[in-house]
Design a protein around this ligand. Sequence first.
Ligand SMILES: Nc1ncnc2c1ncn2[C@@H]1O[C@H](COP(=O)(O)OP(=O)(O)OP(=O)(O)O)[C@@H](O)[C@H]1O
Length: 580
Amino acid sequence: MHCFPCFSAPKSKKSSNTNETNDNEARPHERRRSDETEQLEGTTLKTFTFRELATATKNFRQECLLGEGGFGRVYKGTLQSTGQVVAVKQLDKHGLHGNKEFQAEVLSLGQLDHPNLVKFVGYCADGDQRLLVYDYVSGGSLQDHLHEPKSDRQPMDWTTRMQIAYGAAQGLDYLHDKVNPSVIYRDLKASNILLDDEFCPKLSDFGLHKLGPGIGDKMMALSSRVMGTYGYSAPEYTRGGNLTMKSDVYSFGVVLLELITGRKALDTTRPNDEQNLVSWAQPIFRDPKRYPDMADLVMEKRFSERGLNQAVAIASMCVQEEAMARPLISDVMVALSFISMSTEDGIPTAVPILSFRDKSMSIALSRHDSNLVSPPPEPAMEDDKSNMSSDKESSLNSDKEIVSKAKKKKHEEEDSSTESDDGSDSNSDDEHEKDHKSPPPNPPIDEKNPAQSLKIKYRYSWEDVEVSDERLSSKSSERSNDESISSRYDSERDHDDLPMKEEKEKKDEDEEHTHLEHIHRSKTDDDQSVYFDDDDDSGDENETSLHRLKSEVETDSVEDANGDSLHRIKSAVEIDYVED
Ligand SMILES: Nc1ncnc2c1ncn2[C@@H]1O[C@H](COP(=O)(O)OP(=O)(O)OP(=O)(O)O)[C@@H](O)[C@H]1O
C-alpha cells in the first residue's frame, strides 16, 4: 500500500515544430516502423493507426468502455503488437484541430514523464479520428476509492492517504516546477488521480486543454473544460477565468481535504451548509480543537492527531481565498513528505531520498541564467566521494528508504515567472496569466488567521533550508527583519533566560492555533536547523518536543560528454528528535 515515487529527470523540451511532420510525409530517418506502430525518434512516443487501436479495443466495444469525460470516451485495450494494456481516449470530434496542431500538442505532452503522471504512450491522427493512448492504470481513481468504495475493500488508512497526497503533490510539482515551460494542470480532482495496484497516484488528463474544443466552441470550452470542476476550482478562476498555478494549488487543497475527511468536494446529498467541502471546512480551520472531528470516520481515529493537524493546516493554506496567499506546491510537497512518513505516533522516522541532478535544479540555483538549460548529466559522470552518492543509488533501487538523510528539494522564488506558465499557451491569448509576473508583495499577515500566519513562517523557513549559499546571504538580511520567533527561541536555548521563557509561553498561548510551525536556526550558510514544533495541543506544557531538521547543501559543476557545463546539487537532510 505504500508508494515512494522518486523524481525522474525531466526531459528537455524540444521545439514541437521540428516534429510537426504529417504522417504521410514522414521521412524514413525520423521514424522506425514496427508493424503498424511507429515510434518517433528521440521520444518513446508511438503513433498508432486507427485500425490498430480498433483492434486493441475490440472495435471500441461497450464492454471495453472505462468511462466518458470532458474530452471523450476512454476504452481499455490491449495492443496486439506488444500485449501492453492501455487506455485509449477517443477525443470528441467537436474539439478537433488540424493535424499539425494536434501533433505539436501531443508531442509536447509526450515530453512529460514522471512516476506520478499517467504515462502517455502515443497517439493516432487518422482522418478525423484523434486518439490518445496511455498506460492503463489498474487501481481505479481516488474518487472511486474514497467515495465509491467496494464493500470488500478495506477503507484507506491515514498513511496511504497522506502518501497519495504526497505523490499527487510530486506530480503537480513536476508540472509546475520541473518542466519548462511549466504546465498548469487546470482540472485537478479526485477522479483525475488514478491509483495503481500499490496506491501510487498518477495524475491523468494533464495538458489536454489545447486538444479540447476549438475556438468555434468557445462557450463549450468555458463551460465544460476551462472552468474546471465545481467544488475544485479556485474562486478567482470560477469568477473570472484567471488561471494560475495557484489555482492548481487550490484544487490540490480540496483533494487533500477529501483525503482527510472522506467527504466529496461537492455533495448535494448533504445539508446546504455542508455541500461544498471548502465552505464547510472554513469555520473549522479557525478552530483547531475541531480538527479531529474533520477526520474520515472510517479511519476510526487511527492516525496521529499531530499528523492530522498538520495535514489540515496545509489544506487550509491551499484553499485560501487569496491566490497569492496560497503556498507553492513545492512547499506543500515538502511538508507532505514528512507527514506521509509519519509513524503511528506522528513522529517521522525517515523521509524518502529524492534525487536532483537535472536542469531544473540548475535553473533554480541560477534562475536568471538561461544558459543553464542543459540536459541532465549522465548518471556516472563523476566519482561521488560523499556518502550522498550511496544514498542516491539506494533511492533509485528502492521505493522506500529508511534512512536518516534525505534529499531536500528546491523551491522557486515567487519571481520565477520565466518558468511559471504553460509555454504552449504563451503564444496564444489564452485565459490564464503568468503566475508571478513580478515579485509579489507578501500579503499582510492576519494573525487571527491561523492558515496565513502558518504559511508565512513555513515558507521562510523552507526557503532558507534549501537556498544556495549565494541566496542565503541575501535571505539572511530578509530574515533579520522577520525573526521575532526564531530569535526568541534561539535566545531561549542559548541562555535559558527566564523572562524570555515567560514571553515564549505567552507567545505559545497566542499561537495556540498554530500546528505546523517551522523556526529558523541558522548556524552557517549551509548548515541550518529547522525545528518542527510538535505541540499536539495536548495541553501538557512539559511535553514540548521538536524535530530538528538539519540541511546540508553542496553544489558543484561537471562537464557532460559534449563539454557543456552542468550544475549539480547534493543536499542532505537529517532529522532528529530533541526535547525542548
Ligand atoms: N490511463 C487510464 N487508466 C485507467 N483508467 C483510465 C485511464 N484514463 C482514464 N481512465 C478512466 O476512464 C474514465 C474517463 O476518464 P476521463 O479522464 O476521460 O474523464 P473523467 O476524469 O471521468 O472526467 P473529466 O474529463 O471531467 O476529467 C474514468 O473512469 C477514468 O478513471
